[in-house]
Ligand binder design. Structure first.
Ligand code: ATP
Ligand code: MG
Length: 324
């Protein structure tokens, strides 16, 4: 299957008062045409940075140091301003965690949706666009200001805007995290239905392992600014081959409430102050050996996925013996 987007060896640092913070430390990720790919990982693992890097919508303090990202044939870090603008407008759609910050509070919803659509849409077309995102009573929603909508409805407006030009890749960063647990499932289902209908790809960045297990075709697990395991959801989540994936799943299975944020796992996340010359998970890893704190692991194919772990085969074996 062809890739709609591909990140290879991407390094992005943020300038901070304490020095350069390496949020992406050689991240690799290919998004296939037509798939739903979930990126999971604990807070600070680099999910949002990778999502923003895909459209080169990083904040000013971020610096792209190395690696390449190609989206639908465009090298985003080499592209000129006009090419980038066209890429963002026509090929990418973004949905972020908080719909209220994405919408203009001073403008009626209908106008905001109309601005995102090609040409000069009439009311009927604007209403149809809202209906695509499963908003009830589109005539009323069009006239409303964002603060008059519930969080779930506002997020549906953001989705209607994001898909207005039929993007090839929809990037949704924690699209359901600000919503009530009862509507998370429904909003995810809408995103997935839109993806199914349009043939676009959906890249969803999330803490919510269980929600992603139900909706994603493949799962990518991030740790310390790298994708440490990626593969079909069922395989990765049933028989993880990376110790960090295992730890995440163990933590998630201990929580009672579906949809809640990941339980922290034992140990401290990496400091991200410079390139990690070993395995960044080694200090927290139950499988760690001498080699892990000396040699930086590179991606390898193991049992249908790609894993960054020197001992992935061993981890996979124990996942099969004692599934999470
Ligand atoms: P979360 O789950 O909390 O959203 P994340 O996986 O999306 O986390 P990022 O937001 O990409 O992670 O952050 C990666 C690292 O970069 C973190 O250590 C974070 O503190 C740091 N970081 C993110 N944005 C900035 C910024 N604008 N300036 C400085 N550091 C930043
Ligand atoms: Mg984030």
């Amino acid at each position: 299957m062809s890739d709609i987007a591909k990140a290879s060896g991407v390094v992005v640092s943020y300038r901070t008062s304490r020095g350069a913070l390496r949020a992406l430390d050689g991240a690799d990720l290919a998004v296939r045409a037509g798939e739903t790919l979930a990126v999971v990982g604990e807070s600070g693992s680099g999910k949002s940075t990778l999502g923003m890097a895909m459209g080169r919508v990083l904040p000013a303090e971020a610096e792209h140091e190395a690696g390449r990202i190609e989206v639908d044939g465009t090298d985003v870090f080499a592209a000129g301003a006009e090419t980038l603008r066209a890429l963002r407008r026509d090929k990418l759609g973004f949905v972020f965690q908080n719909p209220m910050t994405a919408l203009d509070p001073t403008m009626r919803v209908g106008r905001q949706v109309a601005r995102a659509m090609p040409g000069r849409p009439g009311d009927g077309e604007i209403a149809a666009q809202l209906t695509r995102a499963e908003l009830p009573d589109p005539a009323r929603v069009m006239r409303a200001y964002p603060h008059e909508l519930s969080g779930g409805m506002a997020q549906r407006v953001v989705i209607a805007i994001a898909i207005a030009r039929s993007p090839r890749l929809l990037i949704a960063d924690e699209p359901t995290a600000s919503l009530d647990a009862s509507i998370r499932e429904k909003v995810m289902a809408t995103l997935r239905r839109l993806r199914d209908e349009s043939g676009a790809s959906l890249l969803v960045l999330s803490h919510d392992l269980r929600l992603m297990a139900r909706h994603a075709d493949r799962v990518a697990v991030m740790y310390g600014g790298r994708v440490v395991e990626i593969g079909p959801s069922a395989q990765v989540l049933e028989h993880p081959a990376h110790p960090y994936t295992r730890a995440l799943l163990a933590a998630a299975s201990g929580s009672e409430q579906p949809g809640e944020r990941l339980e922290p796992i034992a140990g401290t996340p990496p400091t991200l102050m410079g390139r990690c010359e070993a395995c960044s998970f080694a200090p927290r890893c139950a499988f760690s050996r001498d080699k892990c704190s000396k040699v930086r692991p590179e991606p390898r194919k193991v049992a249908g996925r790609e894993v960054i772990c020197h001992f992935a085969e061993e981890v996979l074996e124990s996942s099969k013996e004692a599934p999470q």
